[in-house]
Design a protein around this ligand. Structure first.
Ligand SMILES: [Ca+2]
Length: 326
């Protein structure tokens, strides 16, 4: 089987964990070779996202996967998202997870890892970025042209025809480090973008994950998924993210759907620009929505989603992680 080489750039907890678990399920099914997980500062601090990713890898039997530590960016005007993801990124559930097996102090920085792997496998690796773009931009700055060596770059970020989630106009991953976002969007002409326009419609619920666990009710990964879903649901309701529906937005998982279930998404060719200055609009992602010739297009932007089938695909694949090895 032709395995797809992937690097996941991520800032877990929260919905990142669902994207990571979905990817690990595809590894288990033989569809993916996960080259590295490069953690990023974002939802919570760099050491917290590193430890969280390590614990999820240990939980699912993938502790051997190399983990990068996030490049530090301290000039952000946007606070982290610990208020929604908990100070450990997983709503206090970190204590229930296996020990951290990767060594933060000894780990390599995520930008160095991205540079090394893209040079080792030019044109072969898909980079999935579901965090602020600090690591990718740092790699591009250190080694200009390096991001062109990826087979494809897929980003969860931005808000085009819907409000933002950190300000009225800006989405978190872009707003956290606007210069980094600009660097990445300038790096090539085929960036794939999964913005809030589609991810706002992808609501994972307790009922969905509870039914999933029936395949093996005592499995600890299943138990963790249900508890994390319940925690994120409460936070989402508090911050009015789901129009009152009991569930949470599993934003980052949309990137995995694009790759493995592309029939669930409808994309538009566009030139995406990042507002890096605006007093009220800093961090906004903008394209020309008129039906005119697209000069200098740099992206494919998802604007419609078949959320029911995306979520069904996620649930069916996660079940694979709940089956015990003999
Ligand atoms: Ca994320």
């Amino acid at each position: 089987m032709n395995q797809q080489k992937i690097i996941l750039d991520t800032d877990p907890g929260g919905d990142d964990i669902f994207a990571l678990l979905w990817l690990l399920s595809l590894v288990k099914q033989g569809f993916v070779e996960l080259i590295a997980v490069t953690t990023a500062q974002g939802n919570v601090g760099a050491n917290v996202t590193f430890n969280c990713a390590s614990q999820v890898l240990a939980l699912t039997g993938f502790a051997g996967i190399e983990l990068g530590k996030g490049v530090i960016f301290d000039a952000t005007e946007i606070g982290d998202a610990a208020y929604i993801h908990g100070i450990d990124g997983v709503g206090g559930l970190a204590e229930t997870l296996p020990q951290v097996l990767h060594d933060y102090a000894a780990a390599r920085y995520s930008d160095d890892l991205i540079i090394e792997k893209l040079n080792a496998f030019p044109g072969e690796i898909i980079v999935i970025a579901i965090a602020p773009l600090t690591n990718l931009a740092a790699a591009e700055t250190k080694s200009p042209g390096i991001l062109k060596k990826a087979k494809e770059i897929i980003i969860m970020g931005g808000a085009f025809q819907v409000p933002g989630n950190v300000t009225s106009h800006a989405e978190f991953n872009i707003a956290f480090n606007v210069e980094a976002a600009q660097t990445v969007f300038n790096s090539r002409n085929d960036i794939v973008v999964l913005p809030l326009d589609v991810t706002n419609q992808v609501i994972l619920t307790h009922v969905m994950v509870q039914e999933m666990t029936l395949i093996n009710p005592t499995n600890i990964t299943g138990k963790f998924i249900v508890e994390l879903t319940d925690f994120l649901t409460q936070a989402s309701l508090t911050y009015r993210q789901t129009e009152g529906k009991s569930g949470f937005l599993v934003h980052d998982a949309a990137t995995i759907a694009y790759l493995f279930y592309p029939e669930t998404l409808f994309l538009r060719r566009a030139k995406v620009e990042i507002e890096t200055q605006g007093r009220l609009t800093k961090g906004q992602t903008i394209f020309d929505g008129r039906h005119v010739t697209k000069s200098d297009a740099n992206s494919w932007v998802a604007l419609q989603v078949d959320a029911a089938n995306l979520l069904a695909s996620l649930i069916e694949d996660l079940k694979v992680l709940l089956i015990d090895e003999n």
